[in-house]
Each structure stands twice: as structure tokens, then as C-alpha cells.
Design a protein around this ligand. Structure first.
Ligand code: PMP
Length: 352
């Protein structure tokens, strides 16, 4: 740290992304990416667009927003596109939290929420998940503030019933509820079609997981038009060209290629079920994950040792040191072949 960094940032603890090691080739099951390449149509459209890179991108991403709106059955003024869904989430912290309106989120959830609060100097309150890692919406209904819920949650993968979220939305129409649906495509349920019913609902999603575009950085928010207007005000005040030309074109291809998307999601769900079954047979306990990862522990070996031994064997998973979840590992669901290798390596480790 230099002596020049202003005081407000000296104690900031930044988000720690999962490792992206280059020392050897790993089976990479640590950052919830897709094992499948992006849709061929996405790649083609991005390639075609490369020749136009001397021009700024469309600050309103009109062509892309048109496709997203069509796909989700909303109006174009109900969609904002961003540089990953991290960006729209950050905008929501900026727009809807302040000293009088804290951010409210779970103690075990996406680690970036706390960082977004900290970097923007916003108060926040962490609500403990229940013992079994589920959310009791009554704990949130009691609080004043802007609620952020990942559904399915990370890193547990547990899904909250939409009717429960509706109770929260109804309990206080003056409170914004942000539902982070980064993993919703793997759970088969979304709140997107409720944005016309609830003016206080903002749903965020990403192209990083189910659409195999983590490296392109593309996310979006869907809400009523006034909320989108708020978020665009912040976007125009930070980076109007937040979605680059190649990414916007790739996004159009990914949305249009419905069959490729559906077939990949189905493969991931099958591989998730395989992994859950095999781990259960090996005596592991698992949360009921509806995401593209499983969250699991065993009495036979602690989470950190298992993570380290798997890494030695060329399989990268994620371990978190937070006390409540330190016994667990989170394993991204890759292709069925990758999951078979993962299970083999786990068996080898347990047999020793
Ligand atoms: N929300 C959750 C719950 C996540 O796990 C992630 C991925 N790390 C994101 C949002 C952000 O993903 P991206 O910025 O790639 O869209």
C-alpha cells in the first residue's frame, strides 16, 4: 500500500476471487464456470464484431437489450446490461443503500456483498442463516434496509421458495429486494416474471455460468422501468461503455441459441445429480444444491485438507475458511467426465 491511499480505503478487504493457477493443467471446479465453450453463434457474432473495435460500443446496448427483453418477456426499458452481474449488484448497493438504509444479507452468501458495502462506505447487517443453512424470510421482514438474497444461495446452492420471497416483497413495498439469480437457470425457477407485480423487486442474472461467458463479463438486471432508470444514472456516471462490442454481440448469440443453452443446462443438472449421488454413497453430507455446484463435507477428512489433496491430484475446488463453513468444500459441476475424475480422486484420498 502506498502512503497516498486515502484513509477510507486503507482498511478495505477486497473480494478474493477463486484461484486461476497457471502452474499446471487442473480440472477446474472452483469458480462455477461452465465446462462447455460459449455457443458457436456467440463466438461467430463476437468474431464478426471484432472489426468494429475502433468504435465505442453502444452505451445503451440496444440490440442486446432487445434480445434479452424478448427472451424474458419484458420491455426494453426494464433491462440494464452490465460488466458481469457484479457491476449491476454494485450499482444496486450505490443506488439503494445509505447511512439510513443499510444493506441486509445473509452471513453465509456471496462474499462480494460485504465488499460492495465496504467499498461504498455503506452500513450492512448480516443475518445468520438457520442451522441447516436455509433462510427464514421473517428474519429479513423484521429489518429495515435493502435486502440482497442470492437465490439459489452461494456457496450452499440452497433455493428459497419464491412464495417466501414474495412475502418479503409484500411486507414492505418501500424496501428494495434484490434477488441475485446468478445460478437460477440451474434451479428451474426465476422471479423475472414478477417484476411487473412488484415495483420493489430487482432481479440480477449473469451470462457467466449457464451461458458459458464468464470471460466476456456480461450480466443484467430486470426490474420496473424506474429502477432501471436509477441504475442507468449510476452507470452513466461511472462507465457508459460498460459492455464492450464483442461481449454485446456474443450475448446476442448466446440468447438466440436457445437449444445449445438448454442442452448445456440439462447436462450440468445431470452431472450435479450424479455427483450428489456418488458423494452420498461415499458418506458425504450435502446441502440440497440447485446450482451448478455442490457443497459437501465428510467426517473422514476436513475441508481444507481435502481441498489441498485434490489440488495435488490436479482437481481444483473451493474451500472457505469462514468458521461456519470451514468443514465444507464447494465443487463446481463440470462435465460428467470431469465429475467422474473428481469422484475417483476423492475415493483415492479417502482410501489412503
Ligand atoms: N452472484 C453470485 C451469487 C455469484 O456467485 C457470482 C459469481 N462469482 C456473481 C453474482 C457474479 O458473477 P458475474 O459478475 O460473473 O456475473
Amino acid at each position: 500500500m502506498s502512503n497516498f491511499l486515502t484513509e477510507k480505503y486503507t482498511k478495505l478487504a477486497p473480494y478474493v476471487p477463486g484461484e486461476q493457477p497457471k502452474d499446471k493443467k487442473y480440472i477446474k471446479l472452483n469458480t462455477n464456470e461452465s465446462p462447455f465453450p460459449p455457443s458457436p453463434l456467440a463466438v461467430k457474432l463476437a468474431n464478426d464484431e471484432a472489426k468494429n473495435l475502433m468504435l465505442y460500443s453502444d452505451p445503451d446496448s440496444r440490440d442486446l437489450i432487445k434480445e434479452i427483453a424478448l427472451y424474458y418477456g419484458v420491455n426494453t426499458n426494464q433491462v440494464i446490461v452490465t460488466n458481469g452481474s457484479d457491476e449491476v449488484l454494485n450499482f444496486a448497493f450505490m443506488a439503494y443503500c445509505d447511512s439510513k438504509t443499510p444493506a441486509i444479507f445473509a452471513d453465509i452468501t456471496y462474499g462480494f456483498y460485504k465488499v460492495f458495502a465496504d467499498v461504498n462506505n455503506l452500513p450492512f447487517k448480516e443475518i445468520p442463516l438457520k442451522q441447516d443453512f436455509t433462510i427464514d424470510v421473517n428474519d429479513y421482514i423484521k429489518e429495515d434496509g435493502t435486502v440482497f438474497i442470492a437465490n439459489p444461495n452461494a456457496p450452499t446452492g440452497i433455493k428459497l421458495q419464491l412464495t417466501e420471497i414474495e412475502k418479503l416483497l409484500q411486507s414492505n413495498p418501500n424496501r428494495i429486494v434484490v434477488i441475485d439469480e446468478a445460478y437460477a437457470d440451474f434451479s428451474g425457477e426465476s422471479m423475472v416474471n414478477l417484476v411487473d407485480k412488484y415495483d420493489n423487486l430487482l432481479v440480477t442474472q449473469t451470462f457467466s455460468k449457464s451461458r458459458s461467458m464468464a470471460g466476456a463479463r456480461l450480466g443484467f438486471g430486470i426490474a420496473n422501468a424506474k429502477i432501471i432508470e436509477d441504475l442507468n444514472k449510476i452507470r452513466y456516471s461511472t462507465n457508459p461503455y460498460n459492455v464492450n462490442r464483442m461481449t454485446a454481440s456474443a450475448g446476442i448469440g448466446a440468447i438466440k441459441d436457445k437449444e445449445y443453452f438448454a442442452s448445456n443446462v440439462e447436462k450440468i443438472i445431470k452431472a450435479r445429480e450424479y455427483t450428489q449421488k456418488e458423494l452420498t454413497n461415499l458418506g458425504f453430507s450435502l446441502t440440497d444444491s440447485k446450482a451448478n455446484f455442490v457443497f459437501t463435507k465428510t467426517e473422514k477428512i476436513d475441508g481444507e485438507t481435502l481441498y489441498l489433496k485434490l489440488k495435488e491430484k490436479g482437481v481444483l475446488v473451493r474451500h472457505f475458511s469462514k468458521p461456519r463453513i470451514k468443514d465444507y468444500i464447494r465443487v463446481t459441476v463440470g462435465s460428467i467426465e470431469e465429475m467422474q475424475t473428481f469422484i475417483e480422486k476423492v475415493k483415492e484420498i479417502l482410501e489412503k
